[in-house]
Design a protein around this ligand. Structure first.
Ligand code: FAD
Length: 354
């Protein structure tokens, strides 16, 4: 099957807090649900605007139009800066910058690059935003690929990647390439960052109680309309059912998996998660990793890193670093082995879930 026929559909976390797909309506006098499209996927934002939450008395900060404006301003900024699907984005212009001179970037892009570098160093390169050329070659980028790369092509592509080929300068807000053909891909971290920007913009506008989801990455602030933690479901891979419901308050959650964006080639599942150490899509049985963290940008990147490390190495890393993670590994009988780290278990215990 050609890689163009990639299954790329709904996000891997379903926010139970969201009941309907309507554009936006006060789902009760105290809150709004706003739904829209962004970054090739969708966003769902639920905001509690009653109970004294929301802007100064009398202003329209809590109106649907004002909230939608606030949300879409943040999402458009991230898309305009960090998309590899827009020729004019800051990231696309950096990728075309075939020069050793430093490239000036915006504060927002620098913040994401710095977090990406931190996670890359922490996971010994399992997370690596310079996988861009490999992502394209395996058919998961903006331009479809006719077939997977040959071993020779792969050897050439591997010369062009490695997070250590980027040099960040925080004082000058620049990034420099030491390998001119390096191309960045922020798909595994920038959606999480976009969630954080919307969440922090809502908080700054006086709305501390919200659930923000972009393409399966989620951040919840405060309590929901029933004055309880937001209930976020983790889907069971390959099935239309839930594996687990996670209570979330003032935290973020992201899932990476091999069951939403993949294709079959010569009888093998080709996942969109690339192991930078081999240049190939991961081939282990880990189907989905969910990470809970304070910020969504971190949860998003860590979920991909653990997906690369796999069920054993990834679980050991998460336990050793006290990362709250839940991993679902395919069993031979078609079911899933669930493994959650002690930090994830504490989260559920503290919420009285298990
Ligand atoms: P995640 O697991 O979160 O990330 C997987 C992605 O990360 C892979 O697809 C690959 O790109 C990259 N990756 C793979 N391996 C690694 C690794 N080892 N280290 C680091 N990164 C790795 N899609 C569209 O179809 N149309 C659009 O217009 C569009 N615009 C976008 C704009 C922005 C700003 C961003 C960030 C993404 C955009 N996307 C678009 C892509 C889409 O939104 C998702 O990012 C993509 O489907 C993967 O997200 P995920 O959560 O499913 O996977």
């Amino acid at each position: 099957m050609s890689p163009q026929l990639i299954v790329r559909v709904l996000p891997s976390i379903v926010a139970l807090a969201v009941a309907t797909a309507c554009a936006s309506r006060p789902s009760d006098p105290l809150s709004y649900e706003l739904v829209g499209s962004t970054m090739g996927t969708r966003y769902v934002v639920k905001v509690i605007v009653g109970d004294g939450a929301g802007g100064a008395d009398g202003d329209d900060g809590g109106s649907e139009a004002a909230l939608r404006e606030l949300i879409e301003t943040e999402l458009e900024l991230v898309d305009r800066l960090m998309s590899t699907y827009r020729e004019d984005s800051e990231l696309s212009r950096f990728n075309r910058h075939a020069d050793v001179t430093p490239f000036v970037v915006s504060d927002a892009t620098f913040e994401v690059l710095a977090e990406a570098e931190r996670i890359s160093t922490w996971t010994d390169g399992a997370f690596d935003i310079t996988v861009g050329p490999l992502v394209e070659a395996w058919g998961f980028g903006a331009a479809p690929a006719a077939q997977p790369p040959s071993d020779d092509e792969l050897e050439g592509l591997r010369q062009r990647i490695g997070f250590a080929t980027l040099r960040l300068d925080a004082a000058a807000l620049t990034v420099r390439k030491t390998e001119l053909r390096v191309e960045g891909d922020l798909s595994a971290i920038a959606k999480g960052y976009a969630v954080d920007r919307v969440a922090e913009a809502l908080e700054a506008a006086g709305f501390p109680r919200y659930m923000v989801e972009v393409g399966g990455e989620v951040r919840a602030g405060g309590l929901n309309a029933e004055a309880a933690p937001w209930r976020i479901a983790i889907e069971q891979p390959d099935a239309a059912s839930f594996q687990s419901i996670v209570p979330l308050t003032d935290a973020a959650m992201a899932t990476s998996g091999d069951y939403r964006s993949f294709y079959e080639w010569e009888g093998r599942r080709i996942s969109h998660t690339i192991d930078p150490r081999t240049g190939r899509p991961v081939e282990h049985a880990l189907a989905s990793v969910t990470v809970v963290s304070g910020r969504c940008v971190t949860a998003d990147a860590l979920a991909t890193a653990l997906s690369v490390l796999g069920p054993d190495e990834g679980y050991r890393f998460a336990v050793a670093n006290d990362v709250a993670a839940l991993m679902l590994t395919r069993r031979a009988d078609g079911g899933f082995e669930e493994q959650s780290t002690p930090a994830f278990q504490r989260l559920l215990d503290d919420a009285g879930v298990r």
